[in-house]
Design a protein. Sequence first.
Length: 116
Amino acid sequence: MKFSALVAIVPDDLEQTTIDTARELGAGGITLLHGRGISNSAKKSFFGMTFDGSQSVLLMVLEKGLSLDILKAVQHILTAQDGNSHGIVFTLPLEHLAGIDMSQVHKFEQHVKDNL
């Protein structure tokens, strides 16, 4: 079985929707990191104070086929508001993996069997 790491960087207001969608599609554990992004466009200011939007970074280890389904669903969430992307999502292949919960591996195996 092949695994991928899915990384989604989403605005904080889309974090819970993204988590719920990933879980509905079969993601088990999700690691959350919070951060701020620096874009190439001008920063917004409000009464002389600069506003940097905060973002959530979601990390998931998934079965390769499942990662593509979740990537497409997250892409839809990120573009649903106005057609412009409000984040980024990508996958990376994993060559070596240790420490994954075996119950999650069994769920991934079942997902593969169901989609053959």
